[in-house]
Design a protein around this ligand. Structure first.
Ligand SMILES: *Cc1c(COP(=O)(O)O)cnc(C)c1O
Length: 453
């Protein structure tokens, strides 16, 4: 590819350097191990095979059947689940499969509101889930925590068919047992969406919902270091009857994914999931997850000391949410100014935000990739100081534009680069240490662009 398509190869190389030289603190991201990337780019991608192992609608799935069985077995083991479906192309697809299997159009859905940190697929008007279902939203209390009394009140009043526990921007532990008690009190199904915290759940750093919820969904890339994709799990309720009164949930879910919501599965992505689930069962993954949580806690404390308003006053998971309203900088200005200095965070709406979603008054930070680089609590004073120095160097011109003195920006970038160089991403460290001996190895980009695989 380098010879025949240098334009594309050059961009892929540039991306390697970009990732290695950037301090990524996007809460919904992790980096995949080179072996996961290798599986995702493997020849299994050439296999077209609708259906499930042993029951395909196409020939030629002999190896894919084994790979999918491996992925299912590893997912069940990792999450102590009794049922796993590894075919969803994303967590959004997984959620649509679950909701469409449990509810006819017009059914009632109770989920965390988008402005309170919920996800689009939990009933937002911008999502098909908000258009096809009667979506009711619960919210947060004055301290910014999920208001479980309100969840119970709304459940009693609206009698939802599905209650969703899960969030995209919520820094505290979710009480899945309490959610289940509320669901049971009104005969609702409980869906736990652990897209953001799946790695912490796998590592025991957050309580598992798998035996509390009827069904659990997750993305495989956000915290599991896997490929783009989704996963559906079920624990002790996998044989519970669906809405028709007899078909067990696991069987409903098989049909809901294929043929009701998806066509052919992505075999190479499923191989990459199998690899990621194996890695997530390793002690090294648990150590990284622990560093993620302790790092986030330290980061929240440091930012609080520097005068920032940390939502809920801290964090229990990988995520720190900042309310920037009294800094004079909007969410989008903070995001862009930080990116200009080599730090990636994303703008995020905060409760009662009056600014539109593309502007916002907050930012969301996450420690997944910092922890993968080996950056833990002892490094967070340093990271917080970098964030603070960029934000104080930023002069907002309006809600979306800003100015930073070019020399100051260059100095800030140098500091970020120096930190990144001392803590390279694991793949880059491996290659730099001469892990590969084949042609091309020794270049930090060799693994990423696939030339060395
Ligand atoms: C990101 C997210 C999703 C959607 O995941 P995709 O795999 O990107 O479709 C669903 N639910 C929650 C809570 C999320 O944070």
């Amino acid at each position: 590819m380098r010879r025949e398509d240098p334009e594309l190869a050059g961009l892929l190389d540039a991306e390697v350097h970009h990732q290695n030289n950037t301090l990524a603190m996007v809460a919904s991201a992790s980096t995949a191990d080179p072996s996961v990337l290798a599986a995702a780019g493997s020849a299994l991608a050439n296999v077209t095979a609708e259906g499930y192992p042993g029951a395909r609608y196409h020939p030629g799935a002999v190896n894919f059947d084994e790979v999918e069985r491996l992925a299912v077995g590893r997912a069940k083991k990792l999450f102590a689940a009794r049922y796993a479906n590894v075919q969803p192309h994303s967590c959004s697809s997984a959620n649509l499969a679950v909701l469409s299997a449990l509810m006819a159009p017009g059914g009632t859905l109770l989920g965390l509101g988008l402005d309170s940190g919920g996800h689009l697929t939990h009933g937002s008007p911008a999502s098909v889930t908000g258009r096809h279902y009667r979506a009711v939203a619960y919210g947060l209390d004055a301290a910014g925590r999920i208001d479980y009394d309100q969840v119970a009140d709304l459940a009693a009043r609206h009698r939802p068919t599905v209650l969703i526990a899960g969030a995209s921007a919520y820094p505290r532990t979710l009480d899945f047992a309490r959610f289940r008690a509320i669901a049971d009190s009104v005969g609702a199904y409980l869906l736990a969406d652990i897209s953001h915290i799946a790695g912490l759940v796998a590592a025991g750093e957050h309580p598992s919902p798998v035996d509390h919820a009827h069904l659990t969904t997750t993305s495989t890339y956000k915290q599991l270091g896997g490929p783009r994709g989704g996963l559906i799990l079920s624990g002790r309720d996998h044989r519970a009857p669906g809405p028709d009164g007899h078909t067990p949930l696991f069987r409903l879910m098989q049909r809901a994914v294929f043929p009701q919501n998806q066509g052919t599965p992505a075999p190479a992505a499923i191989a990459a999931k199998a690899r990621a689930f194996a890695l997530a069962a390793e002690p090294a993954f648990a150590r990284t997850a622990h560093r993620t949580v302790t790092g986030a806690r330290a980061l929240a404390a440091e930012l609080g000391r520097l005068g920032y308003r940390v939502l809920t006053g801290g964090t229990d998971n990988h995520m720190v949410l900042l309310d920037l309203r009294d800094t004079g900088v909007t969410g989008v200005v903070a995001e862009r100014a930080l990116e200009a200095c080599g730090i990636l965070v994303n703008r995020n709406r905060i409760p009662d935000d009056t600014r539109p979603p593309l502007v916002t008054s907050g930012i969301r930070l996450g420690c997944n990739i910092l922890a993968q680089r080996g950056l833990g609590p002892e490094h967070m004073a340093r990271c917080a100081a970098l964030l603070h120095d960029v934000l104080t160097a930023t002069t907002p011109l309006n809600e979306t534009e800003f100015r930073i003195d070019p020399q100051q920006r260059a100095r800030l970038r140098d500091r970020v680069h120096a930190l990144c160089a001392r803590h390279p991403l694991p793949y880059a460290a491996a290659v730099q240490a001469g892990a590969g001996r084949r042609a091309g190895a020794g270049r930090p980009d060799a693994l990423w662009t696939g030339v060395d695989l």
